[in-house]
Design a protein around this ligand. Structure first.
Ligand code: CMP
Length: 143
């Protein structure tokens, strides 16, 4: 079963959007197999965003993601990586369609409420950064 890493960012947590975001993925039919309410250390943030290290907004990105608690999750389901990105909407919330998470809840790129892995490789890397394999749930049977 495919897995992805999703994270409600500090703006989403502060705006009490954790429940609404979880609800969307549950309603879609994906399964939550891991969750952590946590602060991200500077080291973890640098690691997580390593592909953006050369970008002009890298410092802003690290400062923001470490500015308050995040809600880190692992979800599983068929095509969950691509489908969850569709549900999140475009990175720039002003271009994200209504009905998507960013389209409905966010206005600026730097505070776009949720992060989601953009491919199989980043999903595996990000899951391993935030979770030990034994912290992830195995469901006995599918409903
Ligand atoms: P995320 O999916 O967490 O991955 C990288 C993040 O960089 C992205 O969401 C945006 O929040 C952020 N980002 C992208 N472009 C910009 C930008 N031009 N200025 C600030 N932040 C940005």
């Amino acid at each position: 079963m495919e897995r992805t890493f999703l994270m409600v960012k500090p703006d989403g947590v502060q705006r009490n959007l954790i429940g609404k975001i979880i609800e969307r993925f549950e309603q879609k039919g994906f399964q939550l197999i891991g969750a952590k309410f946590m602060h991200i250390s500077n080291e973890l943030a640098q690691n997580h965003y390593q592909e953006h290290v050369e970008k002009p907004f890298f410092t802003e990105l690290v400062d923001f993601i470490t500015s308050g608690p995040v809600f880190a999750m692992v979800w599983q389901g068929e095509d969950v990586i691509a489908k969850s990105r569709l549900m999140m909407g475009k990175t720039n919330p002003m271009e994200a369609m209504p009905g998507t998470i960013r389209g409905d809840f966010a206005t600026v790129k730097s505070k776009n409420v949720i992060h989601g892995s953009d491919g199989a490789e980043s999903a595996a890397r990000e899951i391993a950064l935030f979770f030990k394999e034994e912290e992830l749930i195995t469901y006995q049977k599918n409903i």
